[in-house]
Design a protein around this ligand. Structure first.
Ligand SMILES: C[S@@+](CC[C@H](N)C(=O)[O-])C[C@H]1O[C@@H](n2cnc3c(N)ncnc32)[C@H](O)[C@@H]1O
Length: 236
């Protein structure tokens, strides 16, 4: 529900900025491919990865996001299945399967996240790698009353707020990026079911995979107590 026409139209306006380093990291693991992106979106990562000569497939629930991908140069060369990535509803096996930008946490229950690991394992080549990039939820433990309001930008014409509520029992974070302008208010809601890296490692073990490496970023920075995100590589 969070990735309709409106979000899709604005998604690529401000790139996240990690595209080149993420693609360097993923291309090394992909070898000769093929690669599969879970939640491919508008192709922010898939398109530059495919431009390196790697065959990339994708899965996404949002026809609006995928339509943007298809409109871009090279987008018509990337096969995309519209569906729920936790089911991995594609045939065949892949040298690299990856899910970036915290999107594993868009699966809102532990069961769905475990099922995702299991279905990934069923589609991973014997020497394949499953890469997960996600935030580390450390900051949530520092919230007052399990909620926050952050002033993201204060301009003459627009104020941007990030507001959130945390449910520590269900491990759910309800968040909205709110834009206030003279023309009106725009909401950008998203719910995530976060997990600590250790919980993801257990999910991997349930699926018959194990952690091969974890870094604090795409440049293989060490993963430490100060890391805000992790890049984790699972294999058989
Ligand atoms: C933050 S965007 C990330 C897109 C792309 N991976 C990137 O890095 O730019 C999240 C994407 O996940 C998709 N998505 C969320 N939950 C999904 C699900 N259960 N199955 C398939 N796609 C899903 C959304 O439609 C959206 O395109």
């Amino acid at each position: 529900m969070s990735f309709g026409e409106d979000t899709a139209a604005r998604y690529d306006a401000v790139p996240r900025g990690d595209e080149r380093v993420a693609v360097d990291f993923l291309a090394q693991l992909a070898g000769d491919g093929p690669a599969l992106e879970l939640a491919i979106g508008t192709g922010r990562i898939a398109l530059p990865l495919a431009a390196r000569g790697i065959s990339v497939h994708g899965i996404d629930l949002s026809p609006a996001m995928v339509a943007r991908l298809k409109q871009k140069p090279g987008g018509d060369q990337i096969p995309v299945t519209i569906g729920d990535f936790s089911e991995v509803p594609v045939p065949g096996t892949f040298r690299l399967i990856y899910v970036v930008f915290n999107t594993l946490f868009n699966l809102l229950t532990q069961d769905e996240q475990v099922r995702c690991f299991q279905n990934v394992a069923a589609h991973l080549a014997d020497d394949g790698a499953f890469v997960v990039e996600a935030f580390v939820p450390t900051y949530l433990t520092r919230l007052r009353d399990d909620q926050y309001v952050d002033a993201e930008a204060i301009g003459v014409d627009e104020v941007k707020l990030d507001v959130g509520r945390h449910d520590p029992v269900a491990q759910l974070l309800y968040e909205s990026h709110v834009s206030l302008t003279a023309q009106g208010i725009r909401l950008n809601p998203i719910v995530t079911r976060y997990a600590w890296p250790s919980e993801l490692d257990l999910m991997a073990r349930i699926a018959g995979l194990h952690l091969e490496g974890r870094w604090g970023g795409w440049l293989r920075e060490p993963f430490t107590a100060a890391s805000r995100l992790h890049v984790s590589v699972y294999g058989r």
